[in-house]
Design a protein around this ligand. Structure first.
Ligand SMILES: *Cc1c(COP(=O)(O)O)cnc(C)c1O
Length: 647
């Protein structure tokens, strides 16, 4: 270790503290100098994430910023396919694995492109759940070995598009979610003169666990129940389309934390498959949907932000269960399709945010204003702080709480002046801090004292919007691993929650990963005036690019990083996407920026006529307003150090 004077702490301790090895899927670690490194390809070179941040800054892009590691994405696609191929080999399975990527999990062109390129040799295909997604899939799909699976509610145009794909030779399978879709498929395929490939999505009784468990069971939105399945079969027979039925599909929800759920669902679906096969339908594919999880907290449990199985176990269980049931029924095993989205894309991207402010209850209060005449409530609190009578911690906490409330009532009734109120608040926080410090040695803590840590934690304000960049945390309480990207050779000493810059009290992160349950705060480094960057990891699935326009902050900057051994830092940035400008987000909500500028000009002109501003000043005001239109939406932070240097 380099840092000898903080011998008690080390980069290795940070690596353990933030759990990099537990949730990092082998891709993230801390080097001896306290920087987070990413290793996109196992056994390959590692990159310091701060080098990427610095290089992006030189290109004019600053945090908040999404960083994508394209090689890591490629690796995930290859790994999924290799692990399934291995399981098929090990289990002596006589069918193949065909993955498809569900576009909804990350629609970004560069992501879909990379997945298709990485999955070329494995014939990895695409899954669409809507018309726009199908339009992407049809155009991006290049090789007729790859599948296109069409899920979701379908209107005539959706079906027509899918059949157009059939007509030009693509393997497009339309998965029936609603009985009425069967009639439309029959009708439109006749009209176009194409032979459709059809799958049925079945409503399984097997219920998932976790946040998305309502995707299956009787009340699920999608799929055919058993009676509907039989009606659908009748319709196909009547239309002489029995040869079209090729696939059984299920999807029990995303992020399934428990492998038992997956096993049960596979068994139930394979029974359906075998029955249909025995009825004489050609079949050939069993589609097990998504659900393959990501261990966000690294606990390897069936907690909802974790998973109690590995990819290898998942693949083996799927393959072995399908084989056993098919063997038992005397049915030829199907090719296995999975629609894994989250597991493929979540690890490849991360969000970098800059902390620029600390909100702290205690420090400002300590430099207290002395009241001219101390009120009794203040002297009582002073006595409690000294704790001469050696009361227990819980009792002292209750006493202090009572006095603080008394002080507030007195203030509201007009009996306490503002100096005394300030003194009472300051003393209250000092007592809380003292009680908390004394508790650090004892193991068990009553809940109220345990919560003290949460109450006492600072808020670190970060330049980003939860609603844009961490939508799943806000909407679904999804946890993501969060850690500083540098200074990890120093001991973190401040308990903090994170706040964003939106004007909304929901714009915060106050729940963090932990091995047991969740943590209410994160331990971070004291701010020292230099830029301090945090990484929010495993953010590549679902919410990656779908944030909303809360407070009109819009998209963040983005860089796409590729490994390159010839470069000094081991990588290059191929694509740098600039985040939203004010004019972009304003036009997104139907204003025209020219029109806004025109209105401002009219008002400034009027103010000039009334002599509220001088003409020259008016011109400058308008220029400033117009220039802001082309500025980025997030804060442009100047660190204290830089400001000093400039003046
Ligand atoms: C969302 C979805 C998926 C992707 O699920 P993951 O858990 O992200 O792998 C797959 N199939 C269907 C039908 C979906 O709706």
């Amino acid at each position: 270790m380099k840092n000898k004077n903080t011998a008690a702490w080390s980069a290795a301790k940070s690596e353990e503290h933030y759990g990099f090895k537990r949730w990092g899927h082998g891709h993230f670690e801390v080097d001896d100098e306290g920087f987070v490194e990413v290793r996109p390809v196992p056994d390959g070179t590692e990159i310091r994430i701060m080098d990427v941040v610095d290089e992006a800054r030189d290109m004019g892009l600053r945090a908040p910023m999404v960083v994508r590691f394209q090689d890591l994405l490629r690796h995930r696609v290859e790994r999924l396919n290799k692990v399934f191929r291995q399981a098929i080999k090990d289990e002596g399975y006589k069918g193949e694995y065909r993955g498809v990527f569900p576009i909804k999990v990350n629609q970004l062109r560069e992501v879909v492109d990379e997945i298709l390129a990485a999955g070329k040799d494995y014939h990895h295909g695409l899954e669409a759940g809507s018309k726009p997604e199908l339009m992407i899939a049809l155009a991006m799909h290049d090789n007729n070995q790859r599948l296109i699976i069409c899920n979701g509610y379908k209107d005539h145009d959706y079906i027509r598009l899918a059949l157009m794909g059939r007509k030009i030779g693509k393997r497009v399978i339309i998965v029936v979610e609603q009985l009425s879709e069967v009639d439309h498929i029959i009708e439109i395929s006749r009209e176009l003169g194409v032979r459709p490939l059809i799958g049925f999505r079945v409503k399984l009784q097997t219920r998932g666990e976790g946040k998305w468990s309502s995707s299956s069971g009787d009340n699920a939105k999608f799929g055919l129940n058993t009676a509907e399945l039989l009606f659908a079969i009748e319709k196909l027979k009547a239309a002489k389309l029995t040869q079209a039925l090729r696939l059984i599909h299920f999807h029990i929800g995303s992020q399934v934390p428990n492998i038992l759920t997956i096993k049960n669902a596979v068994v139930e679906a394979t029974r359906f498959y075998c029955q249909l096969s025995q009825m004489g339908f050609p079949m050939g594919y069993l589609d097990i949907g998504g659900g393959l999880g990501i261990d966000y907290d690294g606990s390897r449990t069936n907690f909802e932000s974790s998973m109690n199985y590995s990819l290898e176990e998942y693949a083996r269980d799927v393959v072995a269960n399908i084989r056993d049931i098919c063997d038992h029924s005397g049915v030829r095993v199907p090719d296995i399709i999975s629609e894994s989205g989250r597991a493929v894309v979540a690890p490849h991207s991360m969000l970098v945010v800059e902390v620029f402010e600390r909100i702290n209850k205690k420090e400002t209060l300590r430099k207290q204003h002395r009241p001219k005449e101390k009120h009794k409530v203040v002297t009582d609190l002073e006595a409690q702080l000294k704790n001469k009578s050696r009361l227990g911690r819980l009792e002292r906490f209750h006493d202090a709480l009572q006095k603080k409330e008394e002080a507030l009532s007195l203030f509201n009734l007009g009996y306490l002046d503002i100096e005394n109120r300030a003194a009472a608040e300051a003393l209250y926080w000092q007592i809380c801090e003292q009680i908390d410090r004394e508790g650090n040695e004892s193991g068990y803590q009553p809940e109220e004292l345990h919560d003290l840590k949460k109450i006492l934690a600072d808020q670190y304000v970060c330049n980003f919007s939860v609603f844009q960049s961490l939508l799943d945390h806000w909407a679904l309480q999804q946890l993501f691993p969060i850690a500083p990207l540098h200074r990890l050779d120093e001991e973190p000493t401040v308990n903090a929650t994170l706040a964003d810059i939106t004007c909304d009290s929901d714009g915060k992160i106050s729940s963090f990963i932990d091995l047991q349950d969740t943590k209410d705060y994160l331990r971070l480094h004291a701010l020292d005036g230099r830029p301090y960057y945090l990484g929010i990891f495993l953010t590549g699935a679902y919410q990656d690019i779908m944030g909303d326009l809360h407070n009109l902050f819009g998209r963040v900057n983005e860089v796409h990083v590729f490994l390159e051994p010839d470069e000094p830092n081991g990588f290059y940035i191929e694509e740098a996407l600039s985040g939203s400008r004010v004019s972009d987000v304003i036009e997104g909500v139907q204003y025209q920026w020219e029109e806004l500028c025109r209105r401002m000009k009219a008002q400034i002109d009027a103010a000039t006529r009334k002599d509220l501003v001088k003409p020259r000043e008016g011109v400058r005001l308008l220029e400033f307003y117009e220039n802001q239109m082309l500025n980025k939406t997030y804060l442009s932070i100047e660190s204290a150090a830089k400001k000093r240097k400039r003046t």
